[in-house]
Every structure is written in structure tokens, then in C-alpha cells.
Write a protein that binds this ligand. Structure first.
Ligand SMILES: C[S@@+](CC[C@H](N)C(=O)[O-])C[C@H]1O[C@@H](n2cnc3c(N)ncnc32)[C@H](O)[C@@H]1O
Length: 273
């Protein structure tokens, strides 16, 4: 399997600058919960707090951050909650950044690895999580089996990501945009992981203890901010017929209307082994 497209997407200057300027280097949406007025960076940090609560992460919990990006989530879990976190990612530049940030902190370690082929022994972790990374998997069944392998009995998997309505049930303009974004960002799951997907996949893997929570209301304020931020660039690009050329701007443009109509949903999935 080639991961070059994923690496190229995250290595692009535009992608790196976008995440840095808008989300302070985090590469996930914000959690607004009962505070709709958080800054986007504060909300991105609040998402990590929500993850810690959702997956029961506390002092000395052994955690795998699968698709850790620049390692900011791992760092927050280690410094604020006392967890012991290993982060893996495909993108060497992100791992270099994470290793520098974590240097001297014994509670974090980072390495380049594919989360489908993890360099860890069976039953190593109390928690394995993916934060907006699982839709990158081109074989979610295989990915989950690998997570289950490295998870201790009684351990938790947390998946925070999108699900979509079946493409044929939405307006063509939105379905086409979702399909294009999935292709350009190398996120096959973005147009195949439908709202009922986990209820089919998880029992098939013998998993009976799980919950899938529709958390859209808690992330929509940030998605609305993205809509506002992308408005000018999207319409400028449109003047030149290039409004489909930048997946992040296109996502900013369609994400909010699609989220309001439940064509795209933000879900938090918790699985117990
Ligand atoms: C949207 S970013 C999220 C990064 C991080 N979880 C965060 O919240 O900041 C998705 C990340 O998943 C990584 N990724 C995608 N497929 C992967 C795989 N098979 N193995 C490891 N990392 C992967 C990408 O390189 C990227 O850094």
C-alpha cells in the first residue's frame, strides 16, 4: 500500500501553514461542548480534554496516539493527565517536530510507523486512539484488528472522526465535493464510512461492547468558523474556476452546510476489548 499521497498532502506548505495559522498546529477540530465562544486553538485543546475523559485516560495510562501528527495531543495527555503516550505517524517531518517537542519528557515517544503495522508487542496499551485519522485507512477492518492486537484485555479504542450519509442521498454538489476531498486528502473513509458503518463493522469483528456518539453539535461552531474563513478564498478561486483545487478550502465551504443537514456527522466511537 502506498502512503505517498497522504505524506504529500501533509507535507504541502499550504496544508502546514493552514493548520498552523488556524489551529495552532493541531490537526483536528475543536470541541465546544457547553462553551461556544472558545478560540479555535482553545477548542482544539478542549477536544483533547474530551478525549481523555471519553477514553478514561489518567495518570500512567499507557496510550497509543495512532496518526499523531505533530504530537500535540500526545504532549497534552502526558503533561496534563500524566499518561504515558507513544505516537506514530507516516509523515517524517511531523515526527521530527514531535520528537523535538517531546525531547526530555519521559512520558512521550514518537516514531514513524504505519498504524496498520505497529512496532509494538501484543497487549501493550490501555488505550489506542485515532483523532481524525481513521478515515485515512483504506482497510478499516485491518486497522482495527491491529489496534485490538496491541490493546490489553479490557483496554479501550477511541475513534474521533467523520461519518457521512450515503452519497446518493445528498445534493450532487455536496456529494461530488465530499468525493473529491476524500480523493485529494487520501481519506477513502470520508466517502465510505457511512453513519451506520460502525454498527456493521464492529459486531463483525466480534466486538459487542461499544458506543457511537453523534457529537456534531459540539464541533459545529468550529466548522462554522472554517466556513467563514474559507468564504473569501473559495469565492476568489471560483472566479478562476479553481474552487475545487484546494481540498481544505472546499471542505471549509461545504462542511458547515453539510454538517447542519447531517450529511456529514462528527462521531466519537468507544470500543472495549
Ligand atoms: C488530520 S491529521 C490528525 C493528526 C493528529 N491526530 C492531530 O489531531 O493533530 C491525520 C494524521 O494521520 C496520519 N496518518 C494517516 N494514515 C496513517 C497511517 N496509516 N499510519 C500512521 N499515521 C497515519 C497522517 O499522516 C496525519 O498526520
Amino acid at each position: 500500500m502506498s502512503h505517498n499521497k497522504t505524506i504529500n498532502y501533509y507535507e504541502k506548505l499550504g496544508s502546514r501553514l493552514g493548520y498552523q495559522m488556524v489551529l495552532g498546529g493541531h490537526r483536528h477540530f475543536g470541541w465546544y461542548g457547553d462553551n461556544q465562544r472558545r478560540s479555535m486553538v482553545a477548542a482544539a485543546e478542549a477536544m483533547i480534554d474530551h478525549l481523555a475523559e471519553f477514553a478514561d485516560i489518567s495518570e500512567n495510562t499507557r496510550v497509543l496516539d495512532a496518526g499523531c501528527g505533530q504530537g500535540r495531543t500526545s504532549m497534552q495527555l502526558a503533561t496534563k493527565y500524566g499518561a504515558v503516550v507513544s505516537g506514530v505517524d507516516l509523515v517524517p517531518r511531523s515526527i521530527n517536530f514531535a520528537q523535538k517537542m517531546g525531547a526530555g519528557n519521559e512520558r512521550v515517544d514518537f516514531q514513524s510507523a504505519d498504524y496498520n503495522d505497529l512496532p509494538f508487542a501484543d497487549e501493550t496499551f490501555d488505550v489506542v486512539f485515532t483523532l481524525e485519522t481513521f478515515t485515512h485507512s483504506d482497510d478499516p477492518e485491518k486497522t482495527l484488528k491491529e489496534f485490538l492486537r496491541v490493546l490489553k484485555p479490557g483496554g479501550r479504542i477511541a475513534i474521533f472522526d467523520y461519518t457521512v450519509a450515503p452519497l446518493h442521498t445528498m445534493p450532487k454538489e455536496i456529494a461530488d465535493a465530499i468525493h473529491l476531498i476524500a480523493k485529494e486528502t487520501n481519506c477513502p473513509g470520508f466517502d465510505t464510512i457511512t453513519h451506520d458503518y460502525y454498527d456493521h463493522l464492529l459486531p463483525k469483528l466480534g466486538i459487542s461492547e461499544y458506543t457511537v456518539v453523534n457529537a456534531s453539535q459540539s464541533v459545529l461552531p468550529g466548522i462554522k468558523n472554517m466556513y467563514r474563513l474559507s468564504w473569501v478564498p473559495y469565492h476568489l478561486l471560483e472566479l478562476f474556476g479553481k474552487h475545487h483545487s484546494q481540498p481544505n478550502i472546499l471542505m471549509g465551504h461545504i462542511g458547515y452546510p453539510a454538517g447542519m443537514k447531517d450529511y456529514i456527522r462528527y462521531v466519537t466511537v468507544r470500543i472495549t476489548k
